[in-house]
Design a protein around this ligand. Sequence first.
Ligand code: NZQ
Ligand code: ZN
Length: 391
Amino acid sequence: MQNFDFYSPTYFAFGKDTENRAGELVKRFGGSKVLIHYGGGSVVRSGLLDRVKASLEKEGLAFVELGGVKPNPRSGLVYEGIDLCKKENVDFILAVGGGSTIDSSKAIAAGTVYDGDFWDFYQGKRIEKALPVGTILTIAAAGSEGSPDSVITKEDGMFKRGASGDAIRPKFSILNPALTQTLPPYQTACGITDIMAHLYERYLTNTKEVEVTDRLIEGLLLTMIHEGPRVISDPFNYEARANIMWAGMVAHNNTCGVGRSQDWLSHMIEHELSALYDCAHGAGLAVTMPAVHTFEMPHNVMRFAQAAVRIWGCQMDFEHPEITAKAGIDAFRRFLISIGMPEDLESLGADSDDIPKLVNSLLYGDGGSGKISGFVTLDEDSCTKIYKMMV
Ligand code: NZQ
Ligand code: ZN
């Protein structure tokens, strides 16, 4: 195991009706003038926004609102949010929605107290300072409710890039599984896929002797395999929603990733797809992961064979472990299709003629070095091969 620091100070309020504690928690974490940030309207239609406003009013907190965050959130609204926060002297940002709304909130939080262009953070500058952010999560997926990360798409060039820093870890996150019951099945499945991706990105490690985190990841993946289909066939199953919601947080606040190298190649390769085609991140991952894993498998056959046996219940073939490894990748692919995820570029709405464009943006766009590294290192040739495997 490698040395590590682990700092994950988010306060979680989990369970039914917890959104009514928004005002109390904003106050506890020092807010007095709040920006309520939200997406395309699901929180308006469900009545959640009204309940949140009532909770802030009850505590005597002033607020302004900014809606309109799109999935795969854009830089334009971030600039608008920064201007609004400066003009209104906002001192706390409350994200009400999914990963896109939370990420946009984090970007505004960092940009408001920074003199330069907030995009600097998405080109590698670490976020050291930000306004405090709280979240009320409405979809179990991205894990942004407990992560120090934010992913934004710059409209000029459509570059989708991430920024990080403990300063943007939410001060509190309110997780009420009942709020996810209004999700369309496709979005629920995209969320399940993203949570499983966050676990796989950590499972694929070059660090030896990491039994604790291996076993945590395996347990969470087994939970997703059990609860995912339950919630797809029974969207109002509160208990299944609750298990998935907490799994989504634990999958990505790095509890499962400490002390080990991690992969993240599937995410980097997927981000080009959601940037170019505006597809859901989870759907893009469903197409990307089987291809990336198949490409990576020869690098460490036994790791994929271990996943196949421990997670997917495959029989170990000691003479030909690569057969076991492949059976695990196939089982994962079949699972994703069974919950309604696309299986190739075409069903994602992507065009195979765009592969050179995708590779170019991935490796050279916005200051890229021509290579990306994770479980393995990929160059132009290997990235092209991987995208072609998705056709
Ligand atoms: O915008 P509204 O109207 O709210 O609709 C949203 C959106 O259309 C809808 N939705 C959310 N909760 C709902 C609901 N509809 C009905 N009922 C509800 N309860 O679902 C759609 C997707 O929402 P979005 O916020 O985009 O989903 P998600 O949480 O999957 O976030 C995706 C974004 O997070 C990034 C992804 O790249 C993508 O941009 N990621 C962020 C990470 C992080 N910050 O740590 C890590 C992830 O790997 C990921 O890259
Ligand atoms: Zn993800």
